[in-house]
Design a protein around this ligand. Structure first.
Ligand SMILES: *Cc1c(COP(=O)(O)O)cnc(C)c1O
Length: 364
């Protein structure tokens, strides 16, 4: 069977390895596996969200409220925007897919950082678009503007803070990029880790309100990271109403589940949980910085819930990642991004203790 030619150059997205795989492959007990690979909230799910899901489990036979009114209202309140300026996706990933389908075709070009979230490329390539990357793995304003002027892309992706490197772009620089592009270029500001960046340093806090004045910008947020709901698949896009109305044409009905909707609505009622998660994270990430310094490992200063360790030959990130995996510690090797680096999600104190102990054995 011949598939759409646009798919030929797409490499299948490699998700973080699941606990089940390590159990099967290495015979390690599931409770002994430490998964620090997918930037999930190590505290878990908010207990009040657990309860809400359990209380609503009997409604699994019902389609969800397709208007998603209550969730949109809660998000609108949180951010001071209108409900018509919000679209809900099965993860912000799905909103990225709507964006690519709405604005790209096989004559388009998109611009992104050298090393960034892999799904931007995948969705863009599905539409036949051409990918342009800036030279640096960090987002550098001048590189973005220079590449913009040369290629006039339809979409510019700004991932701040950036996955998988952890660095962030200040609000001032985000606005500078937005103001440098023409009105027919869409700027996507992906704030999947914004809760962490905002808590660390105010100048990195970008909010949906900051970008709503621009008709050609969309802000993306997710419940998968700080809100601890990766398994429920809920994310959102916020932009001016006309742009959202365009994206809504691509949304299938009931694109998130009845229980996901319940979970997200409940999660927004308890911002304390998010603050506590970020507090724990800030305390624990210091240990990763100290550990790196003590062991002569370079790292990228992180504004996210993970840290990226950089290695120099003869140290090899893939070898270290495999040795850790055999020991039941799952982290993310960045070799496929062209980096000799590991991305480690900051875990609970106990998970981090295990990581440090096993890493010392694996670091050869
Ligand atoms: C995790 C992540 C997302 C979205 O995740 P969903 O679970 O689909 O909401 C989007 N962008 C980046 C950079 C991410 O790391």
């Amino acid at each position: 069977m011949k598939a759409n030619r646009a798919l030929e150059s797409i490499k299948i997205y490699e998700a973080g390895k699941p606990i089940e795989l390590v159990v099967r492959q290495y015979g390690i007990a599931p409770e002994a596996v430490v998964k620090l690979a997918s930037n999930e909230n190590p505290i878990g799910t908010n207990p009040s969200v657990h309860r809400a899901i359990a209380l609503n489990a009997h409604k699994a036979h019902l389609y969800p409220d397709d208007s998603m009114y209550e969730l949109k209202e809660a998000l609108a309140d949180k951010y001071g925007v209108g409900e018509h300026e919000i679209i809900i996706g099965a993860g912000s990933d799905q909103v990225l897919e709507f964006i690519a389908r709405a604005y790209l075709d096989d004559e388009s070009t998109v611009l992104m950082s050298q090393v960034t979230f892999a799904m931007y490329e995948i969705y863009a390539k599905q539409m036949g678009a051409k990918i342009i990357r800036t030279p640096s793995y960090q987002h550098k304003v001048d590189e973005f503007i220079e590449a913009y002027l040369e290629h006039h892309p339809r979409i510019v992706y700004i991932c701040t803070p950036n996955n998988p490197t952890g660095d962030a772009t200040s609000k001032e620089d985000v606005i500078k990029i937005i103001e440098s592009v023409a009105k027919d270029t869409l700027v996507v500001v992906d704030g999947a880790y914004m809760e962490y960046a905002a808590a660390k340093e105010a100048r990195f806090a970008v909010t949906p309100k900051d970008i709503l004045g621009y008709a050609n910008v969309i802000y993306l947020g997710t419940f998968s990271k700080a809100y601890g709901l990766g398994g429920m698949r809920v994310g959102y896009g916020i932009a001016n109403g006309e742009l959202i109305a365009t994206l809504l044409k691509l949304r299938p009905p009931f694109n998130i589940t009845t229980l996901s909707l319940v979970a997200a609505i409940e999660a927004l009622k308890d911002e304390r949980f998010v603050e506590d998660s970020v507090d724990l994270h800030q305390e624990q990430i210091k240990r990763y910085e100290e550990f790196a310094q003590k062991n002569g490992i370079r790292y990228i200063e992180s504004y996210t819930n993970f840290i990226t360790y950089l290695f120099d030959a003869p140290h090899n990130s893939s070898v270290i990642a495999n040795r850790l995996l055999e020991q039941g510690v799952i982290i993310r090797d960045l070799a496929s991004y062209g980096m000799n680096a590991l991305r480690i999600t900051i875990g609970t104190a106990k998970q981090n203790d295990i990581f440090f102990a096993k890493f010392k054995e694996a670091f050869v």
